[in-house]
Design a protein. Structure first.
Length: 389
């Protein structure tokens, strides 16, 4: 993969975004922020599955008041999502929030925007500026709106990206005039192709860190592919400093998928088991899907090291396809042959496969913890066992 694009760096509490910092994973609560207990519980749940930052919406004063209790109770820095109200931004900053999301275009009075910038500057609070598809086209100035609409009619994607860049230029001039550079930029769209092209263009024009996201992607079933397609492409091109996958579902799924994406691209070290499994074919002789689902669930609950576990449906192609696995099982003809780091350990009947595999994982975990084994021994390889024996 190309090297990460070098950007400025901002500090969101103890989490750094941009520069040489790892890509930060964030999510957003789905409850009312003023419901402090619920909000804190949701933030803790998101942090526990891997969120580095959590954003909360603050549409009302009772939400910014709640921040005073939420921030000290949160294990991760908190971002306040401010939309139209300058007062909410000032209250959130006074409450000690670590970052705010603000679109200067939503606050008509430029003097108010300058006051928010001054307050952020004084407290070292960065601002995320969004040029997202949903709110980018001019709403108030009819003449300007007509010009932008004509651009979109001619070529929607190219026109939209041009408008995004123009608006960002305009917003960033306001920040730079105040010598404020703790800015993170986003330019989200529901269309993966627009997201890729917009962020690529922005990354070439500015050195501010980028917050990647596909907006309004729908539930995980429909949003997962477009989110991973867009964010995976950008990240693998070295673009992106923090990500949020957004789903119309429990935000825990956003964090789980974001974490898997970062691990898959080598941008975040794995801390949990990695499961590889064959898709099955006409050679399979056991209920492999059931076994895979059970192994996945048990590994997640019991093993706390990034052991690579392979569950394969036969011994024909299995060994070659799971090269590098720490623990592997080849199932077939009502039994399973288990390997640990290249060594054949045991052959068990089908009803014993799950327990025996987990026992080998636990034993390996214990040996690694006591310094008697190392994970991902690159020299390890598995020779196909004799299918007839
Ligand atoms: S490991 Fe065996 S059963 Fe699984 S897909 Fe490959 S050939 Fe088919």
């Amino acid at each position: 993969m190309p090297a990460r694009r070098k950007t400025r760096q901002v500090s969101v509490g103890r989490v750094k975004i941009g520069g040489d910092a790892p890509v930060a994973l964030q999510s957003m609560t789905s409850c009312y922020t003023y419901d402090v207990d619920k909000c804190v519980a949701e933030i803790r749940k998101l942090a526990a599955v891997g969120a580095d930052l959590v954003r909360v919406a603050v549409p009302d004063q009772r939400d910014t008041e709640a921040l005073r209790e939420i921030i000290p109770a949160s294990p991760v820095p908190i971002v306040a999502d401010v939309h139209f109200h300058f007062e909410r931004a000032m209250e959130a900053i006074a409450a000690g929030v670590h970052k705010i999301r603000l679109n200067p275009g939503n606050i008509q009075d430029r003097d108010k925007v300058r006051r928010v910038i001054a307050a952020c500057k004084e407290r070292g609070v960065p601002i995320r500026v969004g040029a997202n598809e949903g709110g980018i086209v001019e709403r108030r100035d009819k003449q300007q709106r007509a010009v932008e609409q004509a651009e979109l009619d001619q070529d929607y994607a190219a026109g939209l990206i041009r408008i995004m860049l123009d608006k960002l230029d305009e917003y960033l001039r306001i920040f730079e005039a105040e010598d404020f550079r703790d800015v993170v930029i986003s330019a989200k769209s529901p269309d993966a192709r627009i997201v890729i092209d917009a962020y690529t263009a922005i990354s070439r024009r500015y050195d501010y860190p980028l917050h990647l996201g596909v907006t309004h992607a729908g539930p995980p079933e429909t949003g997962r592919i477009r989110s991973i397609a867009a964010l995976g492409t950008l990240l693998s091109n070295g673009v992106g400093d923090t990500i949020r996958i957004s789903y119309a579902a429990d935000p825990v799924y956003e964090v789980e998928d974001g974490k898997e994406l970062l691990c898959a691209l080598g941008l975040r070290p794995r801390t949990e088991p990695e499961l590889i499994a064959c898709p099955t074919c006409g050679r399979v002789e056991v209920d492999l899907f059931k076994l895979v689902a059970e192994v996945r669930q048990k590994l997640a609950a019991e093993i706390k090291l990034p052991i690579k576990v392979a569950v394969m449906g036969c011994v024909v192609n299995g060994p070659g396809e799971c090269e590098g696995a720490d623990v592997a099982i080849f199932a077939g003809q009502g039994r399973g042959i288990i390997y640990v780091q290249g060594e054949q350990k045991q052959t068990v009947t089908e009803d014993r496969m799950l327990d025996a595999l987990l026992a080998e994982c636990r034993e390996l975990e214990s040996r690694v913890r006591h310094g008697k084994a190392k994970l991902h021994n690159a020299r390890m390889s598995i020779t196909a066992p004799d299918a007839a024996s």
